[in-house]
Design a protein around this ligand. Structure first.
Ligand code: ZN
Length: 256
């Protein structure tokens, strides 16, 4: 929700998301300044938490001072994860070797801070899983967000204790992730927005917002042919487990 596309109505977007049944939101950063803004948003809204990281597109901007800044930001009490972190060999906006180095550095950061990872992978599942295995990322776990790999990659990720994140794409008739997600154990699945991108049907083509996660939930329940409430309960519990966010009692809600 840090995107400029939400500048005019960010607070109402968050209210709508909560009204639609999301119990909490995680704002995922793509670089150090965004990480700082994510923490700011999490301080303004009790149900928003922050993730601190650098998108693989921006890996080439990471130097000692950026790493030091992330190290510091990750200590904030509102931070529940390290990410984005990962490899994107589709556009290669940063050289692949640099992406790999920064990915390993972010995994090390997550391990030092004992925080789960939010992993971005595009056209690099084999390489990314190798790094996750080599760096013992299973110590902290995390989620492969907007999962678009094959069944073998899903297996490897689950063996490392990672969750697989699915968003609007599973509402698209021709998306291969529709088939894949219906073969996975629900205990390994979390739902996500990726807003303002990957807008679920029937809003495809317009700005995405977290309230539409309920459409992803509907699609998943239909694909699995199980009651919607069950999918809602399990995926919410999975997200709590993933980010170590405990159920708050009524009087604690919004306290900060
Ligand atoms: Zn991503």
């Amino acid at each position: 929700m840090l995107s400029r596309q939400f500048d005019a109505d960010r607070a109402s977007v968050i209210q709508r998301a909560l009204k639609a049944g999301n119990e909490f939101l995680v704002e995922v950063a793509t670089d150090a300044p965004a990480s700082e803004r994510a923490i700011g948003l999490a301080k303004d809204f009790g149900e928003v938490y922050a993730s601190v990281g650098v998108h693989p597109h921006d890996a080439k901007t990471v130097d000692k001072s950026v790493l030091a800044r992330l190290e510091e930001l990750a200590d904030d009490a509102r931070v529940v994860a390290i990410g984005e972190a990962g490899l994107d060999f589709y556009r290669n906006l940063s050289p692949p070797d640099v992406q790999k180095t920064v990915f390993a550095q972010l995994i090390a950061l997550a391990k030092r801070k004992k925080l789960p990872l939010i992993i971005h992978i595009r056209n690099a599942y084999r390489e990314a899983l190798e790094i996750l295995e080599r760096e013992n990322a299973s110590d902290v776990g995390g989620v492969l967000h907007c999962f678009a790999g094959d069944a073998a990659s899903a297996d490897r990720a689950m063996q490392l204790g990672f969750f697989l994140g699915f968003g609007g794409t599973i509402t698209y008739e021709r998306s291969p992730s529709r088939q894949l997600v219906s073969t996975l154990p629900l205990e390994s699945v979390v739902l996500e927005t990726d807003c303002p991108y990957l807008t679920p049907e029937p809003h495809r083509g317009k700005r995405n917002e977290p309230a539409y996660v309920r459409l992803v939930l509907d699609a998943l329940a239909k694909l699995l042919r199980v009651p919607r409430d069950m999918v809602e309960e399990v995926t919410t519990q999975n997200a709590r487990e993933l980010f170590h966010i405990e159920q708050q009692s009524g009087c604690d809600r919004g306290a900060r």
